[in-house]
Design a protein around this ligand. Structure first.
Ligand code: HEM
Length: 225
């Protein structure tokens, strides 16, 4: 197999997959909503898409470096043909200026760059309205024992209730996420089953912590994941 075309194709395919997984992430709910509601695309949850995107990014960077090394003589040829000044005021200069404009415009939140961020915020708000919200961020990591303490009931009662609701045998150390995953359900479904049996959960746990990205300065908006 010839290495040069292989590396070029690797770069192209990785780029397309990066773009596809990046678009999925752009359209995804914030982490706390995604984890709690069991949000997924093509059977892969948000963490899975993040992992795919990050690992593809590593492959993309490695393939990019390899591609540069393989084509170095051609690249160096361009530099020599254009000469120092010609290059700076030619394609390289234009590329640097365009990228710099994008960075500055994003940080200054100019239109239409601001719209890209607002589109993302709107998607997050869309999910926030439609999907179940956790009583607090990372509530899916609560163990049965922690939840029992919050509800002021003995853990054995929770364990019995979960079994009666078809979630199988659990222990005090099992998290809501683990119980849900074993039952092929989402953490909020485990929680809803508990809420139905222990009405005091309503007062003890108020859902809906955090409200997406806060308006910030120069792109430093805070997002509660
Ligand atoms: C090809 C087009 C790409 C698109 C559309 C895209 C889009 C995205 C989006 C929407 C996110 C989530 C940001 C957030 O949570 O607010 C993201 C995260 C990320 N992107 Fe990309 N990306 C692309 C290419 C790349 C490339 C080329 C790299 C690196 C070489 C990269 C590295 C990353 C990393 C490391 C993250 C953080 C992953 C995480 O959430 O844990 N991406 N990208």
């Amino acid at each position: 197999m010839r290495v040069k075309p292989f590396v070029s194709w690797l770069l192209a395919v990785t780029f397309l997959l990066l773009a596809a997984s990046g678009i999925v992430l752009y359209l995804s709910p914030v982490g706390r909503i995604a984890h709690w509601s069991g949000w997924h695309v093509a059977g892969v949850n948000k963490e899975g898409w993040q992992a795919v995107h990050t690992n593809l990014a590593v492959l993309f960077v490695a393939a990019g470096v390899w591609h540069l090394v393989l084509n170095w003589s051609m690249l160096w040829g361009y530099v020599k043909t254009w000469g120092g000044k010609g290059l700076v005021f030619g394609p390289v200069g234009a590329a640097v200026v365009l990228a710099a404009v994008f960075v500055a415009a994003t940080l200054e939140q100019w239109v239409p760059w601001r719209w890209i961020q607002q589109g993302n915020d709107r998607m997050k708000a869309h999910w926030e309205e439609r999907l179940p919200r956790p009583p607090s961020p990372h509530a899916e990591e609560w163990t049965v024992a922690e939840l029992a303490q919050r509800l002021a009931v003995p853990p054995e009662e929770l364990i019995q209730a979960l079994e009666a609701d078809g979630f199988g045998q659990s222990t005090g150390q099992d998290t809501l996420a683990q119980i849900a995953s074993r039952a092929g359900q989402a953490p909020y479904q485990v929680f809803e089953a508990i809420r139905r049996r222990f009405p005091q959960a309503e007062q003890a746990l108020q859902p809906g912590m955090g409200k997406g990205r806060q308006p910030g300065k120069k792109g430093q908006g805070k997002r509660l994941e």
